[in-house]
Design a protein around this ligand. Sequence first.
Ligand code: FEO
Length: 392
Amino acid sequence: MKPVKITEGIYCLPAIDWNIRDFHGYATEQGTTYNAYLIMDEKITLVDTVKKEFADDLLEGIGQIVDPKKIDYVISNHTEMDHSGGLPRVMHKIGENKPIYCSKMGYKNLPRHFSPNLNYQPVENGGELKVGKRTLAFLETKMLHWPDSMVTYAKEDKILFSSDAFGQHYAGLERFDDQIGETIMTYARKYFANILLLYSDLILKLAEKITALGLVIDIICPDHGIIWRKDPGKIINAYVEWSAQKPKKKALVIYDTMWQSTRKMAEAIVEGLGDEGVDAQCMHLRSFNRSDIITEVLDAGAIVVGSPTLNNGLFPTVSDFLTYMKGFKPKNKIAAAFGSYGWSGEAVKIITKAFDEMKFNVIDPGLMVQYVPNQETFEACFQLGKKIGRAL
Ligand code: FEO
């Protein structure tokens, strides 16, 4: 591991996970990075660790700066194991009596993951820790991403160690926003959609709180991906925009198909949407990963889902996608269902019920075609697309 200097006395220790392609169901086509940070002050402080498999790499990286045994304090901003999995190995090396500062929920949750005998020290929301000439302040960010989440702010350096927030699943040699440029926003957007969309309201409140506190942030150091030093405001503004979930004139027609009838319906609906000037695309559930579809759901105004009826229910990939999407509680969507069937035809009703549960505005009772679409039913699909387009 190659430590990277962020500013005098503060280093990033990036564990680059080049090979991971599935991060608990999220397609990480470019791998990811787990960042820990080292603050060299009178009290040498490690902020977060890395995934368990990279713990020895982390210790080796720290060793290029200082003997790990000289670390005085550890801060655990977040209990999830991509950041805390390395904790037992690190504590074994540096001394299990050293304090691990964490939020009050972290104090409850860390011993549920690791030895209860480690020296966990809960901090107050807004509490501070002097580590020498530096002061570290802690701000709870419950549910961003877990109940235990907090961020650490190095006051004198104006550096925010933001844990999961503002991260990206990206493995590369670049460490800073000015080294990678606009490309990183694609990864940041996908990360937001698949990790933080559910917590949009909390993000907006946090942004207000940061403004109210007058917190000046020169550098944001997330636990995944690149560090925002050139323009930290860019990612903060993007989070505010994404959290607002303002719908665009954009529609997704998401479907699966058995004998191509539902595919043909999907394509006719997209043509109708296009006829109304809507930015529309077909997304076949065995051609697109669910995490890539959710990235597009973020700003889509219309969600149209199609499934053939299989064994009196949905095609399994459609069930999977609806379950995944429902978890994020996306807002401000109009919706409609469609699908082919042979004899019973439950799929459209099941999808429509799922839309109702998600509080989508269902603008059509749903379109069902028996067996294979014909000229008349193709026209009905096209008109459904136009109807959705006009509603957008
Ligand atoms: Fe990157 Fe919620 O862990």
